[in-house]
Design a protein around this ligand. Sequence first.
Ligand SMILES: Nc1ncnc2c1ncn2[C@@H]1O[C@H](COP(=O)(O)OP(=O)(O)OP(=O)(O)O)[C@@H](O)[C@H]1O
Ligand SMILES: [Mg+2]
Length: 298
Amino acid sequence: MNSLYQSSIQSLPLLGHGKVRDNYAVGDDKILIVTTDRLSAFDVVMNEPIPGKGMVLNQMSDFWFEKLGHIVPNHLTGVAPESVVAADEVEQVKGRAVVAKRLKPILVEAVVRGYIIGSGWKDYQATGSICGIQLPAGLRQADKLPEPLFTPAAKADLGEHDENISFAEMEERIGADLAAQMRAISIELYRTAADYAATRGIIIADTKFEFGLDDNGVLHLMDEVLTADSSRFWPADSYAPDMSPPSFDKQFVRDYLETLKDWNKAPPAPALPADVINKTQAKYFEAIERLTGEKLKV
Ligand SMILES: Nc1ncnc2c1ncn2[C@@H]1O[C@H](COP(=O)(O)OP(=O)(O)OP(=O)(O)O)[C@@H](O)[C@H]1O
Ligand SMILES: [Mg+2]
């Protein structure tokens, strides 16, 4: 298993390092997105890689792009990542990269919630609503919502936290037509994915999509889609409301970090014990197998 904490592709111009992905320009209309094994928790990037995690995320996204392609165009070009880098750089992109259309990112993230958990649960307890959307009384933590909710968030700069905004605020920022289009597509993507995942014994509690526009102003789905990083996946067989169900993602890391009384959830990241790294790796591998029915291709 090759592990990659940070890529260094010399044959292409670097556009930037995100928390998890490294982007390079391929000509002036495409980008190479390399998904590394970095893990961010509470928006802080950990110092240790989770070996193979980037491959899991990349292959999960590919799986969903294919499954959801009939709903909205996406950023994939079909160009093989191996074909745009130098021979001695192929190892860095194998199984963990895509060549995507270079889009103009819409700076509002599309969050869809099917269950009431995390910040949504906190919001509901305080206000009886989520992001200003009024909900029935008496919901328990992790309950299924009557309908999936669309709760947009303003995309934050590196090191900042995304900020929930109202739908009206989203309309002001990007225009009412585009906002309505994004909302309708996001809910359809969520419903379609959640129905499929249910057949695999997985609940998709919530997820976040990112969209961009091409030169003709056509809306495209981009970035990562329905991965264990951008979504909460719960095994259906251990789901119960009134608690926070275990999930197929960074749960071990988050739980460990919560035990550190003197870490304030700001950089620098504390060291992760080997045991936490190994268990987290196993969860990511389990997630892709359970979801797609196939083992990770390494
Ligand atoms: N097709 C695309 N065209 C242009 N930008 C893209 C495309 N696909 C993804 N991106 C952008 O590339 C970056 C991917 O990096 P990454 O996900 O590591 O960053 P991040 O956004 O800092 O982290 P987080 O996912 O936690 O918000 C994001 O800023 C994303 O919006
Ligand atoms: Mg991202």
